[in-house]
Ligand binder design. Structure first.
Ligand code: FES
Ligand code: FES
Length: 171
């Protein structure tokens, strides 16, 4: 009998500060594992091709597209999802700003917008308007909430400058 080309494998992931031991198929993406195995539905499935940004997470603090990353390739990395960015009691300033600015219509793009902006402000606390646009250029919003989203980024930038220690809370 020929060897099977479908071999599940055991992997270990560190998500939002928690360790997880999982068994996944060879083609399982990080997004599939986060949503289907770990029940973390912050990251959204949009295009599945790395082109819309709906699935954005942080890997070692850098924004990354979970739909095109094999789960097995990010073992021993620090993965953060929207759920781990802040808590209900202590939201990340970017989350608070998006709520305050009402920067959403359907909300489907918000995970990607918020995660991308949070990563940007972590590495560049005072980004220029062009830098914000550049960072968000790969995040699609089909509702056209761009002006409100840019207003939210400005609010978050000001809030984080006023209270640099507030970076949300790990759950
Ligand atoms: S779902 Fe990942 S980039 Fe579109
Ligand atoms: S608010 Fe609907 S896709 Fe952005």
């Amino acid at each position: 009998m020929p060897p099977s080309t479908y071999a599940e494998q055991a992997i270990a992931l560190r998500v939002n500060g928690q360790a997880h031991a999982l068994t996944v198929g060879p083609s399982a993406t990080l997004l599939q594992v986060l949503r289907n195995d770990l029940g973390l539905n912050g990251p959204k499935y949009g295009c599945g091709l790395g082109q819309c940004g709906a699935c954005t997470v942080h890997i070692d603090g850098v924004a990354a597209r979970a739909c095109v990353i094999p789960a097995a390739q990010v073992q021993d990395r620090a993965i953060t999802t929207l759920e781990g960015l802040g808590s209900r009691q202590r939201p990340h300033p970017v989350q608070s700003a998006f709520i305050s600015a009402q920067a959403a219509q359907c909300g489907y793009c918000l995970n990607g917008m918020i995660m991308t902006v949070a990563a940007l402000l972590a590495r560049e606390p005072q980004p220029s308007p062009q830098a914000v646009r550049d960072a968000l250029s790969g995040n699609l919003c089909r509702c056209g909430a761009h002006l409100e989203i840019l207003a939210a980024v400005a609010q978050a930038t000001a809030a984080m400058a006023a209270e640099p220690a507030n970076t949300g809370a790990q759950p």
